[in-house]
Design a protein around this ligand. Structure first.
Ligand SMILES: NC(=O)C1=CN([C@@H]2O[C@H](COP(=O)(O)OP(=O)(O)OC[C@H]3O[C@@H](n4cnc5c(N)ncnc54)[C@H](O)[C@@H]3O)[C@@H](O)[C@H]2O)[C@@H](O)CC1
Ligand SMILES: Nc1ncnc2c1ncn2[C@@H]1O[C@H](COP(=O)(O)OP(=O)(O)O)[C@@H](O)[C@H]1O
Length: 511
């Protein structure tokens, strides 16, 4: 797990370390790392360093200062460098260093011509100090771009981006991984990220969030919950109830059902309309149907805590393809009242009410669904607001609905009502395909069905349970992302391709 800090927190941590303007140690350290990555990129793209041409966009602040010191270092290695000054002033010590080394400067008006013969562009325009309203030049796509600390124009706290942001192939970021690099648009324009340690840990506050990767799965899941533990029978492995599908959307239920089964679920019980039941019979023969009357008696037995292993449902997956009707509402109310852990997606999100439930629920909206959830809770935001600060609005929804929220998108954000947040940002864009979210719901359902949450007798227990739920949500997103990556090896990815790769993805990650 990699801790993530807001750019503002990193700046605040740097400030006391810069005792006076003449103390340039941090900046030199940052610049040396930037120059090193510049050399690596030159080698990678042109096969040589000596005689290659680097242009750097230099802004008026310390970000520009980093760029100037880096250019000076590159000049000493025989690189032909030009600093294009974006503002009327630039970091004085950086300018002096560049001039001593023999690097050139040019005004912004010369940029277009300089780019005609350019092997690498260093973007040292604006870093953590950027304010809204920045205007940046556009850079031809074939020129490799190395961003200094942040791609210019990206808000280092939120990942919100100005309209003219410069996408980077690589970002060398200083002091810590910044939230703006892994969230929202920032995530899409940062390229490969390299973090340079500046020894700031002691002065940084609590991380804003954590980035999780495939090898973190072991940390995210409790060993006791592993369905593959020897000696478990199918009911101990996990029984999931699936409330999904409609006459209009039968496929969504089939995808979730197949996904849950492919992830190693013990038993799937399905409560679905008739046309969906027919499709499930042929496409998911492992599933066992559940009628309305049986649901009522089963939930009553669950309430009385009768030990009827075969009928006891451990968790619910609700919503894929679900349409609003009196019968759906009845089933939904019954299931939600059961208090079982559940993952709530798609159609069911629209039927949910905000409030304090203290129940084990993961809501899985995409940005549009988050918008609607927030509106129902009286919080009016636009889709643009959500894109500009997705973590903030996911947290608001987690509080308003007292649930864990998994916000889907190019980066997946999982957050608990107390703000604990995990980010999965390694997913391939191939996941953005119809039905992919239904597959995720099945994965999450299986993880919930095999998990043990215990009872919550204190506030600490409640918090610990929601953190565990957040960890499970992120684990599910990781399995989903890995299935996407495996499927992408074969070409374009459909939701069914994800299903095919799920068993291998689960095995690879040690599920
Ligand atoms: N001070 C140090 O020793 C270190 C600084 N670091 C660098 O310093 C950067 C932060 O430096 P700064 O705080 O100077 O901030 P920046 O250099 O990111 O930007 C601030 C400058 O840009 C101007 N600016 C911002 N938004 C603008 C807009 N919309 N229109 C016009 N002008 C605008 C500001 O007026 C200011 O001059 C980090 O991103 C990092 O690159 C790192 O090197 C670590 C060490
Ligand atoms: N650009 C992207 N890069 C990576 N993953 C993405 C991207 N866009 C969407 N995703 C992921 O794809 C899935 C889409 O889910 P969803 O929008 O619910 O689709 P559907 O409703 O069609 O099943 C989510 O897991 C989401 O995080």
């Amino acid at each position: 797990m990699i801790p993530v800090y807001t750019g503002s927190h990193v700046r605040d941590a740097e400030t006391p370390l810069i005792r006076d303007a003449s103390d340039l140690r941090l900046m030199r350290q940052a610049a040396a790392a930037l120059a090193h990555h510049g050399l690596l990129m030159l080698k990678e793209h042109t096969g040589r360093v000596y005689g290659s041409r680097v242009v750097a966009l230099i802004g008026p602040g310390n970000n520009g200062g980093d760029g100037l010191f880096a250019l000076a270092a590159l000049t000493k290695r025989g690189v032909a460098t030009t600093a294009v000054l974006l503002a009327s002033h630039a970091h004085p010590e950086g300018m002096a260093a560049l001039q001593r080394a023999g690097g050139r400067t040019a005004p912004a008006t010369a940029l277009e011509e300089l780019l005609v013969e350019c092997d690498l562009l260093i973007d040292a325009g604006y870093g953590t100090g950027v304010r809204p309203g920045i205007e940046l030049p556009s850079i031809p796509r074939d020129i490799p771009v190395l961003a200094c600390d942040m791609p210019s124009g990206v808000n280092s706290d939120t990942g919100g981006a100005a309209s003219s942001v410069i996408p980077a192939d690589k970002t060398v970021t200083f002091g810590a991984l910044k939230s703006g690099l892994v969230l929202g648009s920032g995530h899409l324009v940062s390229g490969r990220i390299h973090v340079v340690d500046l020894g700031l840990e002691a002065t940084l506050p609590e991380p804003e969030a954590w980035v999780v990767q495939g090898d973190d799965l072991e940390l995210l899941l409790d060993q006791d919950d592993s369905w593959s533990a020897a000696g478990r029978h199918k009911y101990q492995r996990g029984v999931l109830g699936l409330l999904a599908g409609s006459a209009r959307y039968p496929g969504a239920a089939v995808l979730s059902a197949r996904s849950a089964v492919a992830c190693g679920l013990g038993l799937l019980r399905t409560i679905v309309p008739q046309n969906v039941a027919a499709a499930l019979t042929t496409q998911v023969p492992e599933a066992v149907g559940l009628g309305s009357a049986e649901l009522t008696s089963l939930l009553a037995r669950n309430r009385r805590n009768e030990r009827e292993g075969a009928t006891r449902i451990g968790a619910w997956a609700i919503g894929p393809g679900l349409e609003d009707s009196a019968e759906t509402r009845k089933h939904l109310d019954q299931v939600l009242a059961s208090g079982n852990p559940c993952v709530i997606d798609a159609g069911a999100l629209a039927m949910l009410e905000p409030g304090t439930h203290r129940q084990l629920r993961i809501l899985t909206p995409h940005a549009g669904e988050l918008n609607a959830l927030l509106a129902k809770a009286g919080i009016r935001v636009s889709s643009r607001d959500i894109a500009a600060d997705p973590l903030r609005w996911a947290r608001w929804a987690a509080v308003a609905y007292d649930c864990v929220v998994l916000l889907k998108g190019s980066a997946t954000i999982c957050t608990a009502p107390d703000g604990y947040a995990l980010i999965v940002h390694a997913a391939t864009p191939d996941l953005a395909t119809a039905g992919s979210g239904d597959v995720l719901t099945g994965i999450l359902g299986t993880l919930l069905a095999s998990a043990h949450f215990g009872t919550a007798s204190s506030n600490e227990d409640v918090v610990a349970r929601t953190h565990k739920l957040t960890d499970l949500a992120a684990a599910g997103a990781l399995v989903h992302a890995h299935a996407g990556a495996l499927a992408a090896h074969e070409g374009t990815v459909s939701a069914v391709d994800l299903l095919v790769e799920l068993p291998r993805a689960a095995r690879d990650l040690g599920l």
